[in-house]
Design a protein around this ligand. Structure first.
Ligand code: MG
Length: 430
C-alpha cells in the first residue's frame, strides 16, 4: 500500500477575500465581515487582526476602533461566499475526485494516487491557479496525515517565508520538528480550548511536545481520540478522507430575527422558509426524514428568557416541503402566544432514511401514488429554482411577512448570483 499523502487547501480570511475580489481597492486595508444582524465579527483581514480585533468580537464594542482606523465593514453576503466556495471546489475536483469538503473554505485532497514529483511546486501551482481563476488567496499544507496537513497549511499562512505552502512529506526530522515546535498547542487540530488547559498542566506547550507524548498517556488524558492524535502528529494516518457516501444525520435552519416580533404571520413565514431550506437540503442528500421540530425563543439579553420546542413524527418518512410546512406551522399554532415577543426561531430535521428505501422496503405501507406525485412535484420545483433562481417557485406561506429577515445593512452586491447586482464597468473615453 502507498503511504497516504493529504493536502489541505485553506482559503485565507475567506469572507474578506471574497469581498476583495470585487473591491480590489480594499487590498491592504482593515476589513471585517459581520454576522447576521451585524452583531459579531465573523471574518477579519490581516490588517484588522493586527488592530487587535478578535474573532466573534461584538461589533458595538469595537465601533470606536472601527471608526478611528477606518475599518471597512460588510454584512455577511452568504450568497457570494457560497458561490465562490463552489467555484474553488470545482477547480479542486478536477485534480482528483478524492476530495473532502471540510468547511466552506477548507478542503482535503487525497494525493496518494497522483504522480507528483515535487509537492511544494505542486502546491504553488494550485495556489496560483486559484488566485488567477477565482481571486482568493489560499494556504496549502501537504503531509502524510490530515492533522499534519492542517498544521502545515496553518504554518503556510502564518510564516511569510513559506509563501503559502508547506510540504511535510519526505522532509528531514529537523525541519518537521521546527514547524511543530512553533505551533502553539491550542492550534493543533482536535485540541482546542477544552483540551489545551489539561495538556498544558502536563507541561505540553506546542505541537512537537504533544507529538512526544506516550500513546498510553495520551489515551488516559484524551481517550482513544488522544492516541489517534499522537499517531497523526507522527505521520501515521488514522483519519481517512471523509467523503464517500457521507450522509447527514440532522439538518437545522435557525435565525435571529431582524427585530423581535409577536406577529404570527411573520413567524409562520420564518418557519415556512426554514422548512423549505431544510427540505431542499434533505432532498439534495437523497434522504427522507421521520422527525421534525420547531423552536422559538425570546431574547437571552432580556429578562424572562424562554424557549419552546415542538416535535412531529412522520409515520412515512418524507422530504416534501409542503408536508413539512403544514405540520410545523400546526405545531407553531400550539405554542404561539401573542404576549411574547420572539427573538429567534428554527427548524430541525433528524432521524433520516435513504430516499430509495421508500421505493423498496416500504412499498406495502406507503400510498405509492401520493409518494410518486410528491417526489415529482418536489423535483419540478427544485429544477425550476435551479434554472431560474432560488425563489422563483415558492410556497405562499414563505411570503407572509418579512420582519423575520435578518438585517444586512452593509451587505455587498451578490455579484455572481443575482443578475440585478452584476458589477458595472464604467468606460471613460475622451
Ligand atoms: Mg480559512
Amino acid at each position: 500500500m502507498k503511504t497516504p499523502v493529504f493536502a489541505l487547501i485553506d482559503c485565507n480570511n475567506f469572507f474578506v477575500s471574497c469581498e476583495r475580489i470585487f473591491r480590489p481597492d480594499l487590498e491592504g486595508k482593515p476589513v471585517v465581515v459581520l454576522s447576521s444582524n451585524d452583531g459579531c465579527v465573523v471574518a477579519r483581514s490581516n490588517e484588522a487582526k493586527a488592530l487587535g480585533i478578535p474573532m466573534a468580537a461584538p461589533a458595538f464594542k469595537y465601533r470606536q476602533i472601527f471608526h478611528n482606523h477606518k475599518v471597512v465593514q460588510f454584512s455577511a453576503n452568504f450568497d457570494l461566499y457560497g458561490d465562490i466556495s463552489r467555484r474553488i471546489t470545482e477547480i479542486l475536483a478536477t485534480i482528483t475526485p478524492r476530495i473532502e469538503i471540510y468547511s466552506v473554505d477548507e478542503s482535503f485532497l487525497d494525493l496518494s494516487e497522483l504522480q507528483i514529483a515535487d509537492y511544494r511546486d505542486w502546491g504553488q501551482k494550485i495556489r496560483e491557479i486559484i488566485w488567477n481563476w477565482v481571486g482568493v488567496p489560499v494556504s496549502i499544507g501537504i503531509a502524510p496525515s490530515k492533522t499534519l496537513a492542517k498544521l502545515a497549511s496553518d504554518r503556510g499562512k502564518k510564516d511569510a517565508e513559506l509563501e503559502g505552502v508547506l510540504n511535510l512529506v519526505g522532509v528531514t526530522d529537523r525541519e518537521k520538528t521546527y514547524h511543530l515546535q512553533v505551533l502553539p498547542l491550542q492550534d493543533v487540530w482536535g485540541v482546542g480550548w477544552r483540551l489545551a488547559p489539561k495538556l498544558r498542566a502536563e507541561g505540553i506547550m506546542n505541537a512537537h511536545e504533544l507529538s512526544r507524548l506516550r500513546p498510553l498517556h495520551a489515551q488516559q488524558l484524551m481517550g482513544i481520540h488522544g492516541r489517534q492524535l499522537i499517531a497523526e502528529l507522527n505521520g501515521i494516518s488514522c483519519y481517512p478522507l471523509d467523503n464517500i457516501g457521507k450522509l447527514r444525520h440532522s439538518i437545522a435552519r435557525t435565525r435571529t430575527f431582524g427585530q423581535d416580533t409577536n406577529n404570527l404571520y411573520a413567524l409562520e413565514a420564518a418557519i415556512a422558509s426554514f422548512a423549505t431550506q431544510a427540505a431542499f437540503r434533505l432532498r439534495t442528500s437523497n434522504q427522507l426524514t421521520r422527525r421534525a421540530a420547531i423552536f422559538l425563543t425570546t431574547s437571552k439579553h432580556k429578562p424572562g428568557y424562554q424557549r419552546w420546542t415542538r416535535e412531529v413524527a412522520f409515520s412515512v418518512p418524507t422530504a416534501d416541503t409542503g408536508q413539512l410546512i403544514t405540520a410545523l406551522i400546526a405545531e407553531l399554532g400550539k405554542i404561539y402566544n401573542p404576549s411574547y415577543r420572539y427573538h429567534r426561531a428554527g427548524v430541525m430535521l433528524w432521524d433520516f432514511a435513504p430516499a430509495n428505501m421508500l421505493q423498496t422496503d416500504l412499498l406495502g405501507l406507503v400510498n405509492v401514488g401520493a409518494h410518486i406525485r410528491s417526489t415529482s412535484r418536489m423535483s419540478a420545483i427544485d429544477n425550476l429554482n435551479e434554472k431560474f433562481g432560488k425563489h422563483t417557485l415558492r410556497f405562499a406561506a414563505e411570503s407572509l411577512g418579512t420582519v423575520w429577515k435578518p438585517k444586512y445593512n452593509l451587505r455587498s452586491p451578490r455579484y455572481t448570483t443575482n443578475l440585478d447586482e452584476l458589477p458595472l464597468l464604467h468606460i471613460l473615453s475622451d
